[in-house]
Write a protein that binds this ligand. Structure first.
Ligand SMILES: [Zn+2]
Length: 277
């Protein structure tokens, strides 16, 4: 490993290209950042993984790793220009490891597991709507200061736990759950723009906030809303009250995050971003 890092630093310094990566290994469902050394002669453009591109802003880029990625070595191709030359590339190796997430068994209302036709249509429509939001990209970053927690409470379920609903396996836990009795005020974790306020089949009362540059944070199972779509919100502003709506076993807040369309561990993302904010 030491030899590998040494080689990497050496290669980088030879070409005038340098970077700092939050980690050279990452578990599925987590995010990694790469910060490139400031160099007046180099213009960093984007990082490519297969066909997907992640734009580099201010020498900084976030790479989200899908929960469904298997352990493997990933090649990140960095495209850049040096002295206004034609596009060059540099390869950064990233090792994906198994997040070793736990299994959870949950009991919820039957109709929230085996869906009737109209609920199936509704859930599919809501998924499509959310994905079109998550895949849209705001060039501006609304983030000026560190993220805070949406409420002061105990975590009852972590991101990534494999979930069995009423005995059948149904994906994984897509966010972090906080204990919250119905009616607990929920605050925006940071500055942003509200992009969705809606009662949804699985997520119940939901608010999604766009923080810019592909970062979205979601709040689910709410009982009431204090914000409207397209409204700008400040960190710490009350966005609504917690509840027990959607597919739930009891009242709580489900807190989730997406980066460039990919669902990631919200608390790991926040920790990572807070190092820079
Ligand atoms: Zn949850």
């Amino acid at each position: 490993m030491k030899y590998f890092i040494l080689t990497l630093v050496l290669v980088c310094s030879l070409s005038g290209f340098g970077f700092n990566m939050s980690s050279s290994t990452i578990a599925n469902g987590k995010t990694v950042f790469i910060e490139f050394d400031k160099n007046d002669n180099i213009e960093y453009k984007h990082v490519r993984i297969d066909k997907k591109r992640f734009k580099i802003y201010n020498n900084f880029v976030l790479i989200p790793i899908s929960y469904y990625e298997k352990a493997k070595n990933l090649k990140l191709i960095v495209n850049y220009r040096e002295n206004s030359s034609k596009m060059k590339f540099h390869i950064i190796n990233l090792r994906i490891v198994d997040g070793k997430y736990k299994k959870e068994i949950l009991r919820v209302a039957k109709g929230k597991v085996s869906l009737n036709k109209s609920n199936k249509i509704r859930a599919a429509k809501e998924y499509k709507e959310a994905m079109s939001i998550y895949n849209s990209f705001t060039e501006e970053s609304y983030l000026k200061t560190k993220f805070i927690m949406p409420l002061n409470s105990k975590i009852t379920s972590d991101f990534g736990n494999a979930r069995m609903y009423n005995g059948s396996l149904s994906g994984y836990h897509s966010g972090t759950d906080f204990r919250a009795k119905v009616g607990t005020p929920l605050i925006s974790s940071n500055d942003g723009v509200v992009v969705l306020v809606k009662d949804r089949f699985y997520s119940g009362g939901s608010v999604i906030i766009d923080h810019g540059r592909g970062i979205y944070i979601g709040y689910s199972h709410m009982s009431s809303f204090n914000v409207k779509k397209n409204q700008r919100v400040k960190k710490g502003q009350i966005i609504g009250l917690s509840g027990v709506s959607g597919r739930v076993t009891g009242p709580h807040l489900h807190f989730s995050a997406r980066v460039s369309g990919v669902q990631v561990d919200p608390l790991q993302l926040i920790k990572l971003l807070n190092k820079r904010l």
